[in-house]
Ligand binder design. Structure first.
Ligand code: GLU
Length: 266
C-alpha cells in the first residue's frame, strides 16, 4: 500500500514536471522565440532579391515594385508564414552583398538566383533547388566571337563572389582556351565594360545575361556548369531552413513552381 502510494506520488511529480516543461514550451512559442514566430512578430518577411534580373527579380522603377518568379515565390512563403502574400519587404542584393545581409540579420531569406554549392553550404542553409540555370556568354556582335573557344587570350568580365569565374575557367580549359578575367561589383558595370571594349565577353548565368541583351550584343549558345538556385537562410536558422525546404518540396511536387516557371517563360 505504502509502496503504491509512493509510486503514485512519483508519477504525479513527474507528470507535473512534464506539464511544466510542456507549458514552458508552449508559452515560449506563444511569445515568439522560434525563428518563424519571430517573423510573425515582426509581421513581414524580409527577402533579399535581385533588382535587375528580368523574370526573376526586377525592380519596376515606374511603379517602384518588384516583379518576377523569385518575387512571387517570396510572396508564397509570406502567405504561408503570415497568411498574406503581400507581407514581404524586399532588399535589392548583388552576388557580393546577399551573404553579408543574411549574416547580419537584415534579411530572413535570400531568393536571388543564388546557386547552391558545396562551399556555400558550409556557411548558409539552402533549400532544395527550385530552378536550374546554366552559365553563358554575352559578346558584342561586332567581335565575331561564336563560342567559348573564340575567347582564347581574351578578357571576360565576371561578378565578384559569383560562381561564373570558376565555371568559365573549367569550360575554357576543356576546349583548350586560356581566358583572362576582370571582376566587377555589379552587372551594369560589366555591361558598361563590354560596351567600352574593356572586356571581350560578359559571363554569368544565362537568365541574368538575358536582361543585358541589346541590339549590339548576342547571347552565345554555350551553356555550361548547371546553376541550381536555392532559397538561402542564415546558417544558425535551422528551424526556418527546414520549414522553407518543406514548402519548396511541396511546391515542386504539386506543380506550383512549374506553373510559375511557365508563367515567366523561363
Ligand atoms: N548564380 C550565380 C551565383 O550564385 C551567379 C551570380 C548571381 O546570382 O548574381 O554565383
Amino acid at each position: 500500500m505504502k509502496f503504491a502510494k509512493k509510486i503514485l506520488c512519483v508519477t504525479l511529480i513527474l507528470a507535473a514536471a512534464a506539464g511544466a516543461v510542456f507549458a514552458g514550451g508552449k508559452a515560449e512559442s506563444a511569445q515568439g522565440t522560434g525563428q518563424i514566430d519571430k517573423i510573425r512578430n515582426v509581421g513581414v518577411l524580409k527577402v533579399g532579391v535581385k533588382p535587375d534580373v528580368p523574370n526573376f527579380g526586377l525592380l519596376n522603377t515606374a511603379t517602384n515594385t518588384y516583379e518576377g518568379f523569385e518575387i512571387e515565390l517570396s510572396g508564397l512563403i509570406a502567405g504561408e508564414i503570415l497568411g498574406d502574400a503581400s507581407k514581404t519587404a524586399f532588399t535589392p542584393v548583388t552576388a557580393a552583398t546577399r551573404g553579408p545581409l543574411l549574416d547580419n540579420g537584415d534579411i530572413d531569406l535570400v531568393i536571388a538566383t543564388f546557386t547552391v554549392t558545396e562551399e556555400r553550404k558550409l556557411t548558409y542553409n539552402f533549400s532544395t533547388s527550385y530552378y536550374t540555370d546554366a552559365v553563358g556568354l554575352l559578346v558584342k556582335k561586332a567581335a565575331g566571337i561564336s563560342g567559348i573557344a573564340g575567347l582564347n587570350g581574351k578578357t571576360v568580365g565576371v561578378a565578384q563572389s559569383a560562381t561564373s569565374r570558376k565555371a568559365l575557367e573549367a569550360a575554357a580549359a576543356a576546349v583548350g582556351a586560356s581566358v583572362k578575367f576582370a571582376e566587377f561589383a555589379t552587372y551594369p558595370e560589366i555591361k558598361a565594360a563590354l560596351d567600352s571594349g574593356r572586356v571581350d565577353a560578359f559571363s554569368v548565368d544565362r537568365s541574368i545575361l538575358r536582361g543585358y541583351l541589346d541590339s549590339e550584343t548576342v547571347l552565345l549558345d554555350d551553356a555550361f556548369s548547371p546553376q541550381e538556385y536555392g532559397v538561402a537562410s542564415k546558417f544558425d536558422n535551422k528551424e526556418l531552413a527546414a520549414y522553407i525546404d518543406g514548402l519548396i518540396r511541396k511546391w515542386l511536387d504539386d506543380g506550383t513552381i512549374k506553373a510559375l516557371i511557365d508563367k515567366y517563360n523561363i
